[in-house]
Design a protein around this ligand. Structure first.
Ligand code: NAD
Ligand code: MG
Length: 346
């Protein structure tokens, strides 16, 4: 399956969802990966990819290493191997590797090509598509970065065979996100089909990628529509922050966040009780958490303002309108939000 992405500035690339094809690159290529992915799958990748000159740089595994120091290490490897402006980086790993490789590619000699070979479900359906790249610093997540589109995204579902179950669930949460915000038919399909099945997961990846590609082509720089992909994230980020990023995987926090956003949608008359339950049941089918105990409602509310996306001190909420449509709004009253949060405090 191939999904084409086409941006207003004429940037175009293919997102291929299939077993990796053998490819030869007549240029210097650096594979960027981490020890986990490398020990499981690097041999497989090396069987498929050959190049004029191929080397591998391995960086430590973990969100805590998604920083400028690791970027320096990647660049150092590129200089040592005398990469030029025609060289290519290949991101081989989850979203952390993808975001860092893309960012390194965007600044090495003012920008070189890179390819995404995402290996987690989350990175296959979300992070690898759309050209957001970057790292974290002490002020927050993804605050340093660039928009830099890959020249191709090669999604091989084979990698998912080694993915831990919780990581798989975290990816499903982002799939559910795309369906609830933009695609009712896809949501109904998700209700009927089991994503543990190989053929179904491939279809679900393609559908998600298609949705994300469409959104990005409308609004690459997130000035409007693309913000809808933050559905569940406004609440989710607070949950991640309150739990010191060590209790929930990002996708799991987003799962809970979607349940909270749906309660808000119900409160303002955008979603029926039945619709909120359908989303909850779909998440629960994959053991994605859907409940969270808020200790201090006011405190939780204040945390919204730490998010870089709450511009001008207004909180932007993504509220579904039924299933398959949504609204991006900063006009929800504090009163309504607090009432919803209270529902999670006992
Ligand atoms: P991750 O990259 O940390 O991967 C999760 C874990 O799975 C890691 O330990 C990784 O080494 C391991 N792993 C990777 N592939 C594996 C495999 N096939 N088998 C077994 N283990 C494997 O996390 P993630 O969930 O993939 O991505 C999260 C990151 O993506 C965050 O930093 C987030 O900011 C970013 N992100 C970016 C975008 C974007 O648009 N650029 C969108 C969503 C998320
Ligand atoms: Mg996310």
């Amino acid at each position: 399956m191939i999904v084409n992405i086409s941006l207003p500035d004429n940037t175009k690339y293919d997102i291929t969802i299939d077993t990796l094809k053998k490819q030869y690159f007549d240029r210097k290529v650096v594979i960027v990966t981490n020890p986990t992915v490398s020990s499981l799958h690097l041999d497989y990748l090396k069987e498929k990819i050959s190049a004029k000159e191929l080397s591998v740089v391995t960086v430590p595994d973990g969100e805590q290493y998604k920083n400028m120091e690791t970027i320096e290490a990647i660049l150092e490897h590129c200089f040592e191997h005398k990469l030029n402006r025609n060289s290519l980086l290949i991101a081989f790993g989850g979203g952390v590797i993808g975001d860092m490789t893309g960012f390194a590619a965007s600044i090495y000699q003012r920008g070189i090509d890179f390819i995404q070979v995402p290996t987690t479900l989350l990175s296959q359906v979300d992070a690898s598509v759309g050209g957001k790249t970057g790292v974290n610093n002490k002020y927050g997540k993804n605050l340093i970065g660039a928009f830099h589109q890959p020249i191709a995204v090669n999604i091989d579902p084979h990698f998912l065979t080694t993915l831990p179950k919780r990581e798989f669930g975290a990816g499903i949460a982002e799939i559910v996100k795309m369906a609830v915000t933009f695609n009712k038919d896809f949501f109904q399909w998700l209700e009927k089909n089991n994503l543990n099945d190989e053929k179904n997961i491939k279809t679900a990846i393609a559908k998600s990628v298609e949705t994300k590609a469409w959104v990005v082509s409308q609004d690459e720089k997130e000035r409007g529509l693309r913000a809808a992909l933050n559905y569940g994230h406004t609440f989710g980020h607070v949950i991640e922050n309150e739990t010191n990023y060590n209790t929930y995987l990002h996708g799991e926090a987003v799962g809970i966040g979607m349940v909270m956003a749906n309660e808000l949608a119900k409160k303002i008359g955008y979603m029926s009780e039945g619709e909120t339950l359908r989303v909850k049941h779909l998440l629960e089918k994959y053991d994605i958490p859907t409940s969270y105990k808020i200790e201090d409602v006011e405190d939780f509310y204040e945390h919204f303002f730490l998010d870089k996306k709450s511009l001008d001190n207004r909180i932007k909420f993504i509220v579904p309108k039924g299933i398959g449509d949504c609204e991006i709004t900063d006009l929800i009253s504090k009163e309504n939000v607090i009432e919803v949060l209270k529902g999670f405090s006992n």
